[in-house]
Design a protein. Sequence first.
Length: 566
Amino acid sequence: MPQEKTKPKDFIRAIIDEDLRTDKYGGRVHTRFPPEPNGYLHIGHAKSICLNFGIADEYGGLCNLRFDDTNPTKEDVEYVESIMEDVRWLGYDWGDRLYYASDYFEQLYQYAIELIKMGKAYVCDLSPEEIRQYRGTLTEPGKESPYRNRSVEENLDLFQRMRVGEFPDGSRTLRAKIDMASPNLNMRDPVIYRIMRVPHHRTGDKWSIYPMYDFTHCLSDSIERITHSLCTLEFEDHRPLYDWFLDQLGVYHPRQIEFARLNLSHTVMSKRMLGQLVDEGYVRGWDDPRMPTIAGLRRRGYTPEAIRTFCDRIGLAKRDSMVDIALLEHCVREDLNKRAQRVMGVLHPLKVVIENYPEDKVEELDAINNPEDPSMGTRKVPFSRELYIERDDFMENPPKKFFRLAPGREVRLRYAYFITCVDVIKDENTGEVIELRCTYDPATRGGDAPDGRKVRGTLHWVSAAHAIPVEVRLYEHLFLKPDPGDVEKGKTFKEYINPNSLVVLNPCYVEPSLANAKPGERFQFERVGYFCVDSVDSKPGTPVFNRTATLRDTWAKIQKREAKNQ
């Protein structure tokens, strides 16, 4: 029998396999996800979460959740809590391995003392601007600080006085003594500690100095005995510094491996830019469903399974590239197609009166909950004389290929009857169509004619007397430009914001089964799209629906076009 093809391993798993073969870390695989708690996580972080926790699961190893909380000016407990919620929601668990870099502040301080005693670190009095000037450029070497050759005793004294808060903020730094002529700018005597009298969300006012990220990150990995430190590509130039600190101190040395970060079209992935959108009111918070944050995607109706599938399909690369957001939408559409209950909702209602249907009659018709999953069964939907259909499903003067309702034309109502439009009622002042008069064929209950006649159009509908009025929010891409970070001269990324990224429709009408829909529940409105009950603004009995995705599969079209061009 032919063997089943296995998925080829990516370069990170190939490295781990080789390290296991050579017993480099005693057969261990121990990763970590180390976010800075200075904002909400986004879809790019989801890629890192899935990679780090996924590899640990795959190899029977461990994965830590560690907050690299070294900058109290930008960090907040709100972000810590949101990050933990996001990781759990994606389906991962760090067990008892929750850590904070701030747990290691004393140990990091002692490591800095060691570097000073070895003559590998010094206190520098240059201002931040002077440090930048002395640093040099990519083509010119840097210039040594006039304070670079202070004695060990003087550096120890000054550093201790920095700790107790004797000097003003920004007046002194502790720098590593490496090589001001290094072709790698990160190695040109980088700052290790800065003076900053800011209360920390965990350590309070205990510290007047805080370690820099590069110093903290590698030593935190070492303290936790991480085997493989998986970072995005921008840290590649920082790896020599990562290795230098660990080698100079002679401590346990994890292996840093870089992979390409996720760049997603029609959005931005910079926390700074996302923070601007929030702070300046372009969106309604970090969890706005237009945002690429995990909180925003969750509120919009994305499933953790869809996001994990997306992260798996984009794979791992060593070079940055742009992923079309259509693939993410395809993954959620594919997942919801299997699990979302079908219901009927009318977003742009047009009233229909069935003239030959008894005024006081109400029928309970059987509707299929999900044709992809028969185990989901059926439900009852009420049918009566007065209905709402979509306004776009009627045209008074239809073009040749319009197969929905028109004067004199017969169509099928989903799960119900054939109806024929016999009259059109218009507003006397505006000429707008406000009501349709129709007749129905009682012999077509269930949607088929016993005489075998066929119709080209099938419409969804709701009973006007029983429908629930709701607010529906239609979301589109937040940016019109595929790469809003690539700004034209004189513009900012905010000038590419899509003015129609949110359209609110109210009232819309949905079938009565949705009256008690719970926040977070997902549905497919037949012929319309996938929707989720908003978790913030919905109230008992009055759900608000966010559109998760349309039924139009743009990614499938892209794939067909690319296959045709090959």
